[in-house]
Ligand binder design. Structure first.
Ligand code: NAP
Length: 413
C-alpha cells in the first residue's frame, strides 16, 4: 500500500505518488544568505495539470537563480506568484533535474511513466496566443523559468513540470551528471546559435567571460563543437588548463587589468583616457590568446556592469555582444561612437526554447559537451552549495545535489 511520505532513498512502486514529500523550502521570513534560507520541510505533493508531468527527482542541478531566490532580490519570487493568484507562501526552487516520469497529465503525449528524463526550465502558457502562433515561446509574455519564477522545482522528491520540458536522459551519464548541464547549456546554446545574423560560425573568434563557470564551460564546448575559436577569461591561473582542456584556444587572466566598472564620462578626458588604455590592453591580450590579430565576432557576456564597456569596445565590427545576466550590476555603459560606427549588436538573451534545449542535449548525448560536474552535495547541503556559489568560492564547472538518488554514479532507479 502507498505510504503518505517516503524517506530519501526509499522508492515507491513506479508511478505511485505519495501525498507528501521532502523538499528544500525557502520562505520570505528566511530570505537572506542561502545557507539559512533553504530548510528541509515536508510539504504536499502538487497536483498535475493536463499538460504536466510529475518527475521523481533523482538529482538536481545548482544554479545562480536560486541564490537570487534565497536572497529575495532582485525579485521576491514568492510575493510575485502570490500577486498572480498562487496561494503557496513558499518557494521550492531548482531549475535543473534528472529523474523518472512518475505521473502524466491527461493531455500528455509522447511521455510515459518510467521514462528517464532531463528537464529544461523553460515554461510558458500553452494557450498563449504568441505560443499558439508558433513564435519563439521564450519571447512570449507568459514565459517563466521553472523552479525560479514558478514553484515546484527540483529541490524536492517530486517536481511538477510541463511535458515539453522533458528530453531523454543521455544514457552514458549518472543522475548527478545528467542534472548538471541543461540550464547553463541551453542558455549558452541560444546565446551562440540563436540570434540570426550573428550565429556561431566555424573559425569565429569568441570571447567567453567566466570560462570556468557554469555558463562558460558550456560556451567553450559549444564553440569547439562548431569549429569556432573560444578565448576564455578567468580570475586565476589554476583555471587556465581547465578551460584549455575543454577547448579554449587561449585564456586571459582578468586580474592583470584594473579598468573594470562603469565607463567614465566621455567629457572626463583623463579618466576616459585611463579606461581606454586598459580596454586596449585587454584587446591586445585577446589577440595574444587567440594567436591572431582578430577581434571576437561574438562576446559571451554575463558579468554585466563591470565588463560591458570592454566587451562592446573589443567586439568586431558587425559583431555581437550577447548577454544573459548582470552578476556584477545592471548599469550597462558603452561609448555609442564605437557602437554605431562599427555597427555592433548588443543582444539580450534568456534561457532557451525546446529546440535549443534539445540542441544542447544532442551535443551532450553525442559526447561533444561534457556536463562538467564538479561537486556533488547531499540533499541537506542544498543551502551550503548555493552559499559557495554566492561567494564565488564554488569549484569550476557545475554542481549537483542528490535528491532521491542516494549514491553517486548510478544510472538507474
Ligand atoms: P558561475 O558558475 O558563478 O560563473 C560565473 C563566472 O563569472 C565565475 O566563474 C567568474 O569567473 C566570473 N566572474 C565573477 N565575477 C566577475 C567579474 N567581476 N568580472 C568578470 N567575471 C566575473 O555562474 P554561471 O552559472 O555561469 O552564471 C553566471 C550568471 O549568469 C549568473 O548571474 C546567473 O544567474 C546568470 N544566468 C542567466 C541565465 C539566463 O537564462 N538568463 C542562465 C544561466 C545563468 P572568474 O572569477 O574566473 O573570472
Amino acid at each position: 500500500m502507498a505510504k503518505d511520505l517516503y524517506e530519501l532513498g526509499e522508492t515507491p512502486e513506479l508511478g505511485v505518488v505519495p501525498r507528501k514529500m521532502h523538499a528544500q523550502v525557502i520562505r520570505a521570513e528566511r530570505f537572506g544568505e542561502p545557507r539559512d534560507a533553504f530548510q528541509r520541510e515536508v510539504i504536499e505533493v502538487p497536483e498535475v495539470g493536463p499538460h504536466d508531468v510529475l518527475v521523481w527527482v533523482m538529482a538536481a542541478g545548482v544554479n545562480y537563480n536560486n541564490v537570487w531566490a534565497a536572497l529575495g532580490i532582485p525579485v521576491d519570487v514568492i510575493k510575485a506568484r502570490q500577486r498572480a493568484g498562487e496561494k503557496e507562501a513558499f518557494h521550492v526552487g531548482g531549475s535543473d533535474a534528472s529523474g523518472v516520469v512518475w505521473a502524466v497529465g491527461s493531455a500528455v503525449e509522447g511521455l510515459a511513466v518510467g521514462d528517464q528524463v532531463v528537464v529544461h526550465c523553460g515554461t510558458w502558457d500553452l494557450a498563449d496566443p504568441h505560443v499558439v502562433a508558433g513564435k519563439d515561446p521564450q519571447l512570449a509574455a507568459s514565459a517563466k523559468i521553472w523552479g525560479y519564477e514558478t514553484n515546484w522545482g527540483s529541490f524536492a522528491q517530486l517536481a511538477r513540470v510541463q511535458a515539453h520540458q522533458c528530453v531523454p536522459k543521455p544514457t552514458h551519464l549518472s543522475w548527478e551528471e545528467a542534472a548538471a548541464y541543461m540550464l547553463v547549456g541551453a542558455t549558452a546554446y541560444r546565446m551562440l546559435h540563436g540570434w540570426e545574423g550573428n550565429t556561431l560560425q566555424a573559425g569565429d573568434p569568441v570571447l567567453i567571460w567566466g570560462g570556468a563557470g557554469g555558463l562558460g564551460v558550456m560556451a567553450i564546448q559549444i564553440c569547439k563543437a562548431a569549429g569556432a575559436l573560444p578565448v576564455a577569461v578567468v580570475s586565476s591561473d589554476d583555471k587556465t588548463d581547465y578551460c584549455k582542456k575543454l577547448g579554449a584556444v587561449g585564456v586571459i587572466n582578468r586580474k592583470a587589468f584594473n579598468h573594470w566598472g562603469m565607463l567614465p564620462h566621455w567629457t572626463d578626458d583623463a579618466a576616459y583616457g585611463e579606461w581606454l588604455k586598459g580596454a586596449r590592453a585587454f584587446g591586445r591580450a585577446f589577440w595574444d590568446a587567440l594567436g591572431d590579430k582578430r577581434n571576437p565576432t561574438i562576446v559571451f557576456e554575463h558579468p554585466g556592469e563591470s565588463t560591458i564597456p570592454t566587451s562592446i569596445f573589443v567586439c568586431e565590427t558587425g559583431g555581437m555582444v550577447v548577454i544573459c545576466a548582470g552578476t556584477t550590476g545592471y548599469n550597462a555603459t558603452l561609448d555609442l561612437r564605437y557602437h554605431w560606427m562599427r555597427q555592433k549588436r548588443f543582444q539580450g538573451s534568456h534561457f532557451a526554447n525546446d529546440a535549443q534545449s534539445r540542441g544542447v542535449n544532442d551535443l551532450v548525448t553525442a559526447g561533444k559537451v561534457d556536463p562538467c560536474l564538479s561537486r556533488v552535495f547531499e540533499f541537506d547541503e542544498t543551502g551550503a552549495c548555493h552559499q559557495l556559489m554566492r561567494e564565488n568560492r564554488h569549484p569550476h564547472g557545475n554542481m549537483a545535489v542528490l535528491v532521491n538518488a542516494r549514491e553517486r554514479g548510478r544510472r538507474s532507479l
